[in-house]
Design a protein around this ligand. Structure first.
Ligand SMILES: C[S@@+](CC[C@H](N)C(=O)[O-])C[C@H]1O[C@@H](n2cnc3c(N)ncnc32)[C@H](O)[C@@H]1O
Length: 213
């Protein structure tokens, strides 16, 4: 699978409403084509985005990884908060979403990668880094093929730096059983104002807790 670094100006190419409607249309078409891979009919709400990103230590973040960016609902907000010297690697299995993000999101700090989150360590190494500060996931864990979710969680724990965290949002609690064997501490919340209400998980490795204490 190809790694596609983007080096362009930080400008969204279409005005607000046209871009918003285009995102929803694109997202829905991809859900009809690949329901198991996409896992949701509509993109996440801004309230969910804000709830997930509010606890990130942006000053300490130099490498942020996003799994399943889709049409970039979180990606744009991450870039708005991220340090000028930081890098965002956005990994998506769906080539149409990768092409869409390339066309719509232009920021020299963003690298869009076509591939599976299970290969996160290779993508991080190829970007010139060894460890990520945060990994955020929008992947539908409950509909992934057997074993893929567990592999993604194990690879994520391996790529996080001490003190970093794995941030997951899901419409079911299924992912909890994948996180708890790998991460020492998992904090779960519900964002009621998202439609439908969404569960959020913040997971840390034991090693990370010890070094961060
Ligand atoms: C529910 S959508 C989330 C889209 C967007 N982040 C949002 O919140 O609106 C799930 C995304 O995960 C992607 N995906 C599914 N399996 C994946 C995998 N193994 N690796 C990377 N991306 C994956 C899909 O292509 C899709 O973009």
């Amino acid at each position: 699978m190809a790694s596609i670094p983007l080096k362009k100006n930080h400008v969204a190419t279409r005005p607000g409403m046209a871009r918003f409607l285009g995102q929803w249309g694109m997202f829905f078409r991809q859900f009809v084509k690949h329901p198991g891979m996409i896992g949701s009919v509509i993109p996440s709400s801004q309230m969910l985005v804000d709830a997930m990103l509010e606890e990130v230590d942006w000053d300490a973040t130099r490498l942020f990884v996003e799994y399943g960016p889709g049409v970039g609902t979180f990606t744009q907000s991450i870039l708005e908060r991220m340090h000028p010297d930081a890098t965002l690697i956005a990994i998506d299995l769906n080539l149409d979403f990768v092409a869409y993000l390339e066309a719509e999101l232009t920021d020299p700090r963003l690298r869009v990668v076509h591939g599976s989150a299970a290969d996160v360590r290779r993508f991080v190494t190829e970007s010139g880094s060894q460890q990520a500060d945060y990994v955020l996931s929008g992947i539908p864990f409950s509909t992934l093929p057997d074993g893929v979710g567990a592999a993604i969680c194990a690879e994520t724990a391996a790529v996080l730096r001490p003190g970093g965290a794995f941030l997951v949002y899901q419409y079911s609690a299924f992912v909890r059983r994948l996180l708890t064997p790998v991460f020492a501490r998992v904090v779960e919340k519900t964002v009621w104002k998202n439609i439908p209400p969404c569960r959020t998980f913040r997971a840390w490795r034991e090693e990370a807790l010890a070094k961060a204490a």
